[in-house]
Design a protein around this ligand. Structure first.
Ligand SMILES: NS(=O)(=O)c1ccc(S(=O)(=O)c2ccccc2)s1
Ligand SMILES: [Zn+2]
Length: 229
């Protein structure tokens, strides 16, 4: 059986390339976003990034062994504009990365600073490709929106609908349905400024297929919502 990848010295990012060749590539994510060298692209301001999502109930949430993932294929969703050219991207799933403490956990860092966690909304290019799996084999196949989590006193109601189900899926591979209606729009910050770059999946198989769009403004969650064990 293929060795399980993880984050220990023997199966972590430094050795992923042994099992997943793309992990040794030239456009690997995550990255540290250096704000002093990030350049603003006047083109992007002309082509506003727009998104439209449906509200869905009974979405399936899975314990991936590295966090939770909500399967949310939405044929009626659209992410377009900004760095996405003329192509339309459709929501497939969203998931979260967090750490042992609220001092760490995000995948991307900003000027060396990690956030308490990071939500990823994963979309695929339905203009050019016939399936998510096919899109994941191409450099413009996926678009992932990254939203940082800051820890504060306010809990996030939409995130609460998700983390309130985690006690039912304590072990890797377990899944359950989220009874509440989830609207992915509510995960996005009010300030819609973002950084964008061409990168990869941040975990194996590390395909170099992602147009990253990382929002500058974090959303606030409570310590409990982002340090669930
Ligand atoms: N953290 S991330 O958003 O970069 C990410 C890693 C893995 C996925 S995936 O499970 O959708 C997937 C996508 C394509 C192939 C295999 C898995 S999304
Ligand atoms: Zn992710």
């Amino acid at each position: 059986m293929a060795a399980e990848w993880g984050y220990s010295p023997t199966n972590g990012p430094d050795v992923w390339a042994r099992l997943f060749p793309q992990a040794g590539g030239a456009r690997q994510s995550p990255v540290d976003i250096c704000t002093s060298i990030a350049s603003s692209d006047s083109n992007l301001e002309m082509k506003k990034l727009t998104f439209a999502y449906e509200s869905q109930s009974d979405l399936r949430i899975l314990n991936t062994g590295h966090g939770w993932k909500v399967e949310a294929p939405q044929s009626g969703s659209r992410l377009e504009g900004g760095p996405l050219g003329e192509d339309i991207y459709q929501l497939e799933q969203f998931h979260c990365h967090w750490g042992e403490t609220s001092a760490e956990g995000s995948e991307h860092t900003v000027d060396g600073r990690a956030y308490a966690g990071e939500l990823h909304l994963v979309h695929w290019n339905t203009t050019k490709y016939q399936s998510f799996a096919e899109a994941a084999q191409h450099p413009d196949g996926l678009a992932v929106l990254g939203v940082f989590f800051d820890v504060g006193n306010e809990s996030n109601d939409e995130i609460e609908k998700i983390v309130s189900t985690l006690s039912e899926i304590k072990f890797k591979g377990q899944f359950t349905d989220i009874p509440d209606v989830i609207d992915p729009t509510t995960f996005l910050p009010s300030g819609l400024g973002y950084w964008t770059y061409l990168g990869s999946l941040t975990t194996p198989p590390c395909n170099e297929c992602v147009i990253w769009i990382v929002y500058k403004e974090p959303i606030t969650v409570t310590e409990e919502q982002v340090t669930y064990h």
